[in-house]
Design a protein around this ligand. Structure first.
Ligand code: FBP
Length: 550
């Protein structure tokens, strides 16, 4: 593999580990746990993996020497640091016993089912240390949920004498990890399953998980790009930039980027939902800010839009719920029809209220909402051009106001979507360290015979030495939710909390940012230099941890 000079230098970076993982390790067990909701149902569904204690790794006096082959799977969207999780697992497992083998299942969970794998050698692994991307073994979105898949999995695990599988994924993939762990435990197959919290979206977090890996690097990359655009906007003073940011459901990415770059406007989907806002009200909110700045002679600005916004507008959310059921029950009736016939079919089958909402949406947005979901049942929001939709509607509103004499100004828009640009960036020091520690934790959960656990590292706003590594039973994070028309056990997704510290901070500043030009230009991620620049955590994490420790 040909490497850039930065990659070569970065390959030599040695991730920092928390004290509890630096040498010999002792396990500290907490009290038995309960799921966050629907305890009786979750307990019934997971009789073998429910109620287990929290685990913390502290310095001990005896090194683990387990003989165990391990399989790893990268699942779902790419997130910076995934390779370091694998490196952490690899180094820890080999340290326990050099004869241990680590296998990578290729292209996501499908690799386990289809028996596609490679054995990871130290030469191969070394090429990927501290690099972004998931290309070491590839990723995929196959949903592991059927007994047939679990049974295909066990065939190859037995053949390779693999005693533990680590699934590195988001909330859906870790839910599946938990189901797999329970199945293998119930069948006494002797295979442990461990999860790792990944997603740039930042929505896999709770009392036990402070942040998912990848959020730190991805938001720093987006913040750099937004800062560059802000500077361009402030230099030319002629464009309004509408920037959509990834984050399928939650607005954590948009909010974090707003805190880092101080744009004029940042829409937060969770607030839109809580205030029961319509699309028109969002448009008026943006248009008012544009008009106000125009009065002050500022015909330029920056608007951040979370990718998941459309689903959080209550009327559209209700429409999507009904479309989900329609798609599940009758999708095959209309999938192959031409565009117009498809639209007519959907309009004829929707309830009156939802048909009205559907009819008011621009055709391409309506069409996208009625197309196939991803394997986890999600609308593919990254394909909906919300940034264009909003700016077109703002332009129309301003034209109306101009006629009425309420707006004097010049409005020209540019559109951007930042998502894929940040998902494979070289991990920041934070993500490089965090991911490596997650990998070492996962290996130690395995060495201690645990299954149905997720590897965790806490106290992340403190220096790395003081981070606390361990494991949390996945059932502890579960509750029952409606998915694809059925109640299912799932890990609760963490949305932006409107009474949480990051949103409150944003609310304190947003009026000033909307009217004045308060842009901040964060610049690129720094890998070497003063710790306050290189090892800085996200605003979200530091505000949340500061509030917790008050
Ligand atoms: P994960 O939840 O799997 O981490 O993926 C998140 C994400 O990056 C979202 O932000 C985005 O909507 C989606 O993946 C895009 O999916 P795809 O990579 O399949 O286009």
């Amino acid at each position: 593999m040909k490497k850039s000079l930065l990659q070569k230098a970065r390959a030599l970076y040695q991730p920092k580990l928390p004290k509890g993982l630096q040498g010999a390790i002792k396990v500290k067990e907490g009290d038995p746990t309960q799921s966050v909701g629907d305890q009786d149902e979750i307990k019934k569904l997971f009789p073998n993996t429910y109620g287990m204690p929290l685990i913390e790794f502290v310095p001990g006096d005896k090194s683990a020497d387990s003989a165990v082959n391990v399989g790893v799977i990268l699942s779902g969207g790419q997130a910076p640091g995934g390779h370091n999780v694998i490196c952490g697992i690899f180094d820890a497992v080999k340290k326990m016993n050099p004869a241990n083998k680590v296998y990578g299942f290729l292209m996501g969970p499908g690799g386990l089912v289809d028996h596609n794998y490679i054995e990871l050698t130290s030469e191969f692994v070394d090429d990927y240390r501290n690099t972004g991307g998931f290309d070491m073994i590839g990723s995929g979105r196959t949903k592991l949920e059927e007994v047939g898949q679990f049974e295909k999995g066990i065939e190859i695990l037995r053949e390779l004498d693999i005693k533990a599988v680590v699934i590195i994924g988001g909330d859906d993939s870790n839910t599946n990890a938990c189901v797999l762990a329970e199945y293998y435990a119930a069948k006494n197959y002797g295979v442990q399953v461990i999860g790792c919290p990944k997603t740039i979206d930042g929505d896999l977090k709770n009392d036990q998980i402070e942040t998912s890996f990848g959020f730190d690097t991805a938001t720093k990359v987006y913040a750099e790009l937004i800062g560059n655009i802000e500077r361009d906007a402030n230099s030319a003073r002629k464009y309004w930039h509408f920037i959509k940011l990834m984050g399928r459901s939650a607005s954590h990415i948009a909010l974090e980027c707003a805190l880092q770059t101080q744009p004029n406007i940042c829409i937060v989907s969770e607030e839109v939902e809580a205030k029961d806002m319509t699309l028109n009200q969002i448009v008026e909110q943006i248009a008012s800010a544009v008009a106000q700045r125009a009065k002050d002679g500022n015909n330029f600005g920056v608007v951040l839009i979370p990718e998941g916004l459309i689903e959080f507008i209550p009327a559209i959310g209700r429409l999507i719920d009904e479309l989900n059921d329609l798609l599940a029950a009758h999708g095959s009736d209309y999938k192959d029809l031409d565009k117009d016939a498809q639209r007519a079919y959907i309009l004829a089958h929707l309830s009156k209220e939802n048909a009205e909402t559907f009819a008011t949406l621009p055709e391409d947005v309506a069409r996208q909402l009625s197309l196939d979901r991803d394997p986890h049942g999600n609308v593919q929001v990254s394909l909906i051009e919300t940034e264009k939709l909003l700016s077109d509607m703002v332009a129309a509103k301003l034209a109306e106001w101009k006629k009425e004499g309420k707006y004097v100004g010049h409005f020209a828009a540019q559109h951007h979507f930042f998502g894929y640009e940040g998902r494979c960036a070289a991990p920041s020091n934070f993500d490089a360290d965090y991911c490596y520690a997650l990998g070492v934790s996962a290996a130690n959960l395995i060495a201690n015979g645990k299954t149905g656990y997720m590897a965790i590292v806490k106290n992340l706003s403190a220096p790395t030495d003081e981070w606390k590594a361990g494991g949390v039973p996945i059932t502890m994070m579960m509750n029952m939710e409606r998915r694809n028309g059925e109640m299912k056990p799932v890990i609760r997704k963490a949305l932006v909390e409107l009474d949480g510290a990051p949103f409150k901070k944003f609310c304190q500043c947003r009026e000033e940012w909307s009217r004045e030009t308060c842009f901040v230009y964060p610049g690129p991620i720094q890998y070497w230099g003063p710790a306050e620049v290189c090892d800085r955590d996200t605003r979200t994490l530091s505000l949340e941890n500061a509030a917790k420790n008050k």
